[in-house]
Design a protein around this ligand. Structure first.
Ligand code: URA
Length: 186
């Protein structure tokens, strides 16, 4: 079967009633970037700024992500950025397992449509959902695994770096490795 297009998947998300978050969100935060991206970043869920704008990673965490992308020479427009949840959990709560279950097939469909060579999980929650449930971000960040047609790794969530700037050197090292691998498949 042909992969659904991003536009088709987005239309499904817009009318989704699989969990209650569709009722409390301001905007759907579907994903942004190059539909043919070789590199895809996946965070956990939209925050307030994302909910208001409909675009992932535009708040403080997003601005820090932009700095890392610029520092290693990856244009933000070349990549695709999405989240596990497409609607904001009120009060910035961590996404509940049942909310993730309800939303995860949309992300799978996005991955199938984009067909990236590299997926980078932003933070622990994304890594626990997409790599393995007992993923330990402090120990396992930056380690690549092969999964089907793509390589996958996790890095610190930019919000964690804002809280703990001591992790910034490790983040830069991980981003430099991601850039090296990205150049190799471009
Ligand atoms: N944090 C996330 O995980 N995703 C966003 O889009 C913004 C902040």
């Amino acid at each position: 079967m042909e992969a659904r297009t991003l536009e088709e998947i987005k239309k499904e998300c817009a009318v989704c009633g699989k969990c209650p978050l569709g009722k409390t969100r301001t905007n759907l935060v579907f994903g942004v970037g190059n539909p043919h991206a070789k590199l895809m970043f996946i965070g956990e869920a939209p925050g307030e700024k994302e909910d208001l704008s409909g675009v992932p990673f535009v708040g403080a965490a997003g601005k820090l992500l932009d700095k890392y992308l610029a520092a290693v020479g990856i244009p933000r427009d070349d990549v695709y950025i999405a989240n596990i949840l497409k609607c904001r959990p009120p009060h910035n709560c961590d996404p509940l397992p049942e909310e993730q279950d309800a939303c995860i097939d949309y992300l799978r469909a996005q991955v199938k449509a984009i067909n990236p060579g590299i997926i980078v999980c932003l933070g622990r929650i994304s890594a626990m959902r997409l790599i393995k449930p007992d993923f330990k971000i402090t120990r396992e960040h930056g380690q690549f695994l092969r999964r089907g047609s793509f390589d996958i790794c996790a890095v610190y969530h930019p919000s964690a770096l804002l809280r703990d700037p001591a992790k910034k050197d490790e983040m830069l090292a991980d981003m430099l490795e991601i850039k090296k691998r990205y150049d190799a498949i471009k």
